[in-house]
Structures are given as C-alpha cells and as structure tokens.
Design a protein around this ligand. Structure first.
Ligand SMILES: [Ca+2]
Length: 218
C-alpha cells in the first residue's frame, strides 16, 4: 500500500491566491497514485521538513479534494478551495511528534473504478489531466480533523464472503488521433493484427466466468 508514494516539499507563499488554504504556513505536497491507506512515519516527514518534527502533531492538517477531475459542465457544483481530510496521527496524544509516530490517511488514485448502479457492472474512468493525486499537509494553528473511533462490530447477521469480483483494466492512453481533446487511445496495431496483454488477478477461481470488454478504432 505504500508503493508509489512520493513527496515534494513546497513552501507555498501568499502569492498562490487560487487557494485560501495554501496562503500561509509550511506545506508538504504528497503525491498518491494508488487508492488505499497511506502511511507517513516520523522519519519520513521529519526528513522532508524538520518543521513537522518540532511541531505538535495534533495540529497536523491534511487537505485534498480526491483524485477525480473537476466536472466538465460549468454549472456543476465543485469545491472552491481545498477540503480538509480526516486523518489519524498515532502517538500524537503526548503533543510531540517523535519516533514511532505516524500519519495515516486514505488516498485516492486519480483514476476511479466504480460500479454502475443501473447495470451493476464495474467500470473505470481515466483522469485525462493527471496521473497523480496530490494532498497537502500543513501545521495548523488549531487541532486538525481526525478520524473518529468506532467500536468493532460483531459481524452477526452478515453473510460470509469467500469470493469477490475483481476488476482490472489496461488503457495506456498512448496516442491522440486529432492532437486535441480528451480521447486518447492505446496500442497501435498497424500491420500487426495480434498483440497479447496479460492480466494476473491474485486468487483467481478457475471455475468462475471472466468477462472481457474491449474497444477499438479503425
Ligand atoms: Ca508522540
């Protein structure tokens, strides 16, 4: 889950007027490429910016609006600024960010897999503008938003699951026919009529059906 995380240090000053949230303070820009829990431990954060090593971790605040692009229609509502995300900071109760402490948050890929509510089928959407989702970490003047604790459930009455539907896609977005727009295509066949693409889903049940969908342009 920790793969493909990378970090850039950004000291964003007040001239970045497009975001009120980024107008002041020390900021760390965090790039995420895969959806899932993300963990930044003390050593990593302290190496990126010593300011965080000397700060009260209860004031750590993470901002980000997820990975999907803004809606195309102008009239569709969208956030006007960065939204604070709830995070967990282990070891923050003592007011010191030190070895063994860590920051955890849920990060989203810029590309989304969703289930169609009408058909029940899974599908994906490629973000045409970015291959990375960015989050922004800062030290606030007040305590930051935190994940709430929830008592563990008993599981009583819930079905026991032994399998699930796995979804994988290959969409390499290599070429654009008209050098414009958001429609990008994958592999070019030309005189070659056959190419092989491998998928290796973990734990594949051999007796279960596999559904394959493909698209092409001639
Ligand atoms: Ca601590």
């Amino acid at each position: 889950m920790m793969t493909r995380l990378f970090f850039l240090i950004c000291f964003l000053l007040s001239h970045l007027s497009f975001s009120q949230a980024l107008r002041s303070g020390t900021w760390v820009k965090i790039g995420v490429t895969q959806t899932g829990p993300q963990k930044l431990d003390y050593e990593l954060i302290a190496r990126i910016s010593p300011d965080f090593a000397n700060a009260d971790p209860r004031r750590f605040r993470l901002y980000g609006n997820g990975g999907t692009p803004l809606p195309q229609p102008n009239a569709t509502a969208r956030p006007t600024d960065l939204i604070e995300n709830a995070i967990a900071v282990t070891g923050e109760a003592d007011g010191r960010f030190d070895r063994g402490d860590a920051l955890l948050f849920w990060g989203e890929s810029p590309h989304v897999i969703r289930q169609d509510s009408a058909t029940g089928r899974l599908g994906h959407t490629i973000n045409p503008y970015s291959d990375t989702t960015f989050y922004f970490l800062t030290i606030g003047t007040e305590p930051g938003k935190r994940l709430a604790n929830r008592a563990a459930g008993t599981g009583a009455g819930l079905p026991v699951l032994s399998s699930f539907t796995h979804y994988a896609y290959r969409e390499t977005e290599q070429t654009n026919r008209v050098q414009s727009g958001r429609e990008w295509l994958g592999e070019f066949f030309g005189v070659t009529t056959e190419q092989t693409f491998s998928f290796d889903p973990p734990g594949l049940l051999p007796s279960r059906p596999v559904q394959i969908t493909s698209g092409g342009l001639a």
